[in-house]
Design a protein around this ligand. Structure first.
Ligand code: MTE
Length: 328
């Protein structure tokens, strides 16, 4: 039996389809407390357990021409010296991807149904010329590299994984955003026939996130297409996700299909649902407790160790100068 987080959705929050499709009405009905109960929770388990059977490998992928780009060369600048890497068996079976399920261990098997080939990325908004690019062309254009980053979820668990991808900055330069562009917005896929959560749970899909343009252009911000020397498995966001390691994990949208450059700070999925709990910036901050739990420590899912949370998830020397310090 999958182990449910104490914060997973109670039956009383399941709203009839006719109601949840009306976002405003749904949010009103839910009230602040209900919205607050949806993500998060320092779940009580000490270690994540791998799903049984073949799904445990996590590499439930179709063969694609871009497979030849893996493994990618490790960039030695981005290492995590003080913590062990989290084995894929753990990282790939403990996933937040509500399009499939709110149960972390159900995401891997359920995401197998998602078709990721072909996959098109659309670029729009304030750019010299809006365009579309197929995933295979994208990966052929931007050389891949491997970087080991810490990843800290707002729920106070964390891991260390070798991502493979390319700097967001390279892609942004290629898009030629106009001078008026100040933010970038990410939109995830909408495929309710393949992602059962989009059909059955009450969130307003698709998932959407955003960054300030200077954050997206920061050297640490990555578009990720692989992990552990191989193409990214579906449960971790294949074929394309964002990784912004000094922010809580939900800032990294998975299954991205659209990138838009905009002038005003864009709305984001969790901030819309519970603005007092999930800010636009969401920089990892051990001194700013979540309204329902402390952010001072985190549980490393590799071994269950409880460790101190670092400001900006350990990347303060690289990113703190972008902020006044009170961004939420
Ligand atoms: N992206 C989409 N499209 N849908 C999601 O539910 N969850 C976010 C983020 N990206 C999410 C998403 C959250 S809350 C976290 S912590 C990370 O993905 C989890 O990434 P992982 O499962 O690869 O560890």
């Amino acid at each position: 039996m999958p182990d449910r987080s104490p914060y997973s959705l109670p039956a009383s929050m399941i709203t009839p389809e006719s109601v949840f499709k009306n976002r405003r009405q749904f949010l009103r009905q839910l009230g602040f407390l209900g919205a607050a109960a949806m993500i998060g929770g320092c779940d009580s388990r000490t270690t994540a357990s791998a799903a049984p059977g073949g799904a445990a490998s996590g590499f439930n992928l179709p063969p694609r021409p871009s497979d030849k780009f893996y493994p990618a060369k490790r960039n030695p600048i981005y290492q995590v010296a003080d913590r062990p890497e989290t084995p894929l068996k753990i990282a790939g079976n403990y996933n937040n991807y509500y399009e499939f399920s709110t149960d972390k261990e159900a995401v891997n098997p359920l995401s197998a149904r998602l078709t990721i080939d072909p996959w098109t990325l659309e670029v729009g908004g304030l750019v010299a010329k809006p365009f579309k690019i197929g995933f295979e062309d994208l990966v052929a254009k931007f050389p891949l590299q491997e970087r080991v980053y810490r990843m800290r979820c707002v729920e106070a668990w964390s891991m260390v994984v070798p991502w493979i991808g390319f700097p967001m900055r390279d892609f942004i330069d290629f898009c030629q955003p106009l001078g008026s562009a100040r933010y970038v917005r990410f939109l995830s896929f909408m495929k309710p026939a393949e992602a059962q959560g989009q059909e059955t749970n009450q969130f307003s899909w698709p998932y959407f996130e955003g960054l300030r343009l200077d954050e997206a252009r920061h050297e640490l911000s990555l578009f990720v297409t692989g992990i552990y020397g191989k193409p990214l498995p579906k449960q971790m966001g294949a074929p394309l996700r964002a990784v912004v390691p000094w922010k809580y994990g939900y800032k990294g949208a998975k299954g991205i299909v659209k990138i838009e450059f905009v002038e005003k700070q864009p709305p984001t999925f969790w901030n819309e649902l519970a603005p007092d709990e999930y800010g636009f910036y969401s920089n990892v901050n051990p001194d700013r407790p979540h309204p329902r739990w402390s952010q001072a420590t985190e549980r490393d899912i590799t071994n269950g160790d409880r460790i101190a949370t670092l400001p900006y998830n350990g990347y303060a020397s690289l990113v703190a100068s972008m902020y006044k310090g009170d961004e939420f």
